[in-house]
Design a protein around this ligand. Structure first.
Ligand SMILES: [Zn+2]
Length: 234
């Protein structure tokens, strides 16, 4: 019954045009050309470094996106107020950027700070919470950089932009470390059957253990271990 009612009141005109009609379409074209041009100019004024870097830049882009889209197809919204929004946001962006690039404290408050994630061949687990990042995400980012195990890496930082900076050990300095390939990592276990070098599955603390029923990691207090790798390449 409900279906029947809604199908009889279905209005193709509303679906296709909303409250407008054919005559509005050329205007949409003109509005789009204007807003597209304004957006390109605004992004040029923000500069290359600004686009999709930190929190501050993403907020700027989202706000600009909303101001750019609406006047393209809402008859009620004129292009001039939208252009003023652009002027205000780009102006604010440049003023804040001017101060943050000169005052370190402000930069940290607005853009965040880089955090060291890997130190002494293990994760600085005490920093995981600070960067709101799960281990899975870090593993996946490191794998995409071609890292097979953590013994290959001297330091990993998460930058304010959210991207990872990675510093590799030279080949002759590669040591045993936690395997990152899922099929090896998933073989993690609590019981250690053979004496060998193992890495803690959580913090990557790497040491000689075994055989034993269980071994508690002295860094993070977890109990799962993966046999460590020390190959130079995958
Ligand atoms: Zn651990």
């Amino acid at each position: 019954m409900f279906l029947l009612q809604s199908s009889t009141s279905f209005n193709w005109h509303n679906l296709l045009f909303g409250e407008e009609d054919w005559s509005f379409l050329p205007e949409v074209l003109l509005r789009s050309v204007i807003m597209f041009t304004v957006t390109v100019i605004a992004l040029r004024l923000i500069g290359k470094r600004g686009i999709m870097q930190g929190v501050f830049e993403i907020v700027t882009i989202i706000t600009l996106g909303s101001a750019a889209g609406d006047p393209m197809f809402y008859k009620k919204v004129g292009v001039l107020p939208a252009i003023f929004v652009f002027i205000a946001i780009v102006g604010m962006y440049r003023i804040i950027n001017f101060f943050t690039s000169r005052v370190k404290f402000l930069e940290r408050v607005i853009e965040g700070k880089n955090v060291r994630l890997l130190k002494d061949n293990r994760f600085a687990v005490e920093n995981f919470k600070r960067v709101e990042l799960g281990q899975d995400e870090i593993f996946s980012d490191l794998r995409m950089k071609g890292i097979t195990h953590l013994g290959q890496v001297e330091a990993v930082y998460i930058e304010a932009s959210g991207q990872l900076s990675i510093f590799f050990w030279p080949d002759e300095k590669v040591i045993y470390g936690l395997p990152l390939r899922p099929e090896i990592y998933e073989m993690k276990t609590k019981e250690i059957r053979l004496k060998a070098i193992y890495s803690c599955a959580y913090c990557a603390n790497t040491k000689n253990i075994g055989p034993c029923k269980k071994h508690v990691c002295e860094i993070c207090s977890k109990e799962e271990w993966v046999e460590a790798l020390n190959a130079n390449t995958g």
